[in-house]
Write a protein that binds this ligand. Sequence first.
Ligand code: NAP
Length: 316
Amino acid sequence: MPLYLCGELDPDERQAWLAALRASLPDERIEDSLDRLDPAAVDVALVANPPPGSLLGLPALRLVQSLWAGVDRLLADPTLPPRVPVARMVDPAMAAAMAETALWAVLSLHRGFFAYARQQRDERWQVLPQRRADEVRVAVLGLGELGRAAAARLALQGYRVEGWRQGATGSPARADMPVPAHEGASALAPLLAASDIVVNLLPLTPATRHLFDAQRFGAMKRGAALVNLARGAHVVEADLLAALDEGQLSHAVMDVFQAEPLPSGHPFWRHPQVTVLPHIAALTDARSAADSVAVNVRALRTGHPLAHLVDRGRGY
Ligand code: NAP
C-alpha cells in the first residue's frame, strides 16, 4: 500500500525527502501527490506540518508519521483522523544537533561571549569576571528526546544541570535520566529561582503555552538568562522584553518566535541582550530521519509496536 508525503516543504527539501525515504524504504511506493496515488489505498501519511485538512479522504490510513519532532501544529488540525496513531520524529542526529546548540548558548552566556561581541561592536576592551562551569546552575525544562540530550551534554561540560518534567501524569519514569529531574508544576518556581540559565525544551501544549510570562520571569533568579529552543508560543514576547529592560533577565537566546520568520522591525532583531537564530537549533536531517521513518513503517507492516507515538490527550 502506498505512502503519501505531504506538508510544507520547499521543492528542494521535497526532493531530498523523497530521495531519502525511497532509499530507506526501497520496497515501498512513496509519492508526494494524491494525483499519482489511489487515496483509498494510502495507509501511511508522512507529514511535515501539512495544511489543515490534508489527511481527509484517506480511509485506509493506519499511521501518521511526522517528519518533525514537534507535533503541536499537526494536533491542532481538527480534521486529523481521530483514531489513527500519530508518531513523531525521533532522530539521534537531531538530538545531537540540539545538544550542540544548547551547549553553544550556555557556554556563550557563562563565559560572557555575547557581551564580548557587543563590546567589539562598541570598540570596547574590557575584561569581565570569569566563573567556573561548576558554579553555573542550568535548568533544562523538558527532559524528552531533545532535553535529555542537551542536559547530558551540559552536565558533561561541568555545569550544574537539573531538569524539569511532568512526572506522574507524563511519560513513564526512565532509568537513563542524565540529570536530577524535578517533577510537576509545583517544582518549577524553586528551580527557576535557583538557576542562572534556563534552557526551554518543552513541547508546546495547552499547559506549556505562554509558560514564560511576567510572573515566571519574576520567579527567575535576577540576572538569569533564557535559552528558548522549543516553540515561540512558550514565551510572551512583550513580557520577555520588559524583563530584559528591567534587568530581571540579562540575556535571551531565541531560536523560535511567536511569528516566524521574525518580522522585520521586531524589537528582538536589534535588542542588545537578545540573540536571534532562525529556528535552526536542530534541523531534521532527511538521511537519518528517513531511517527512523523506515523503522516505524516496517513495524506497521510486520505487526510490531510503533515507536514514538504521540499521546493526543497529553499533547506530546
Ligand atoms: P518530547 O520528547 O515530547 O519532550 C517532552 C518532555 O517535556 C518530557 O520530559 C515531558 O515530561 C516534559 N513536559 C511536557 N509537558 C510538561 C509540563 N506541562 N510540565 C513539565 N514537563 C512537561 O519533546 P522533544 O522531542 O524533546 O522536543 C522538545 C521541543 O523542541 C519541542 O517543543 C519541539 O517542538 C522543539 N524542537 C525544536 C527544534 C528547533 O530547531 N528549535 C527542533 C526540534 C524540536 P515527562 O517526561 O514527564 O513526560
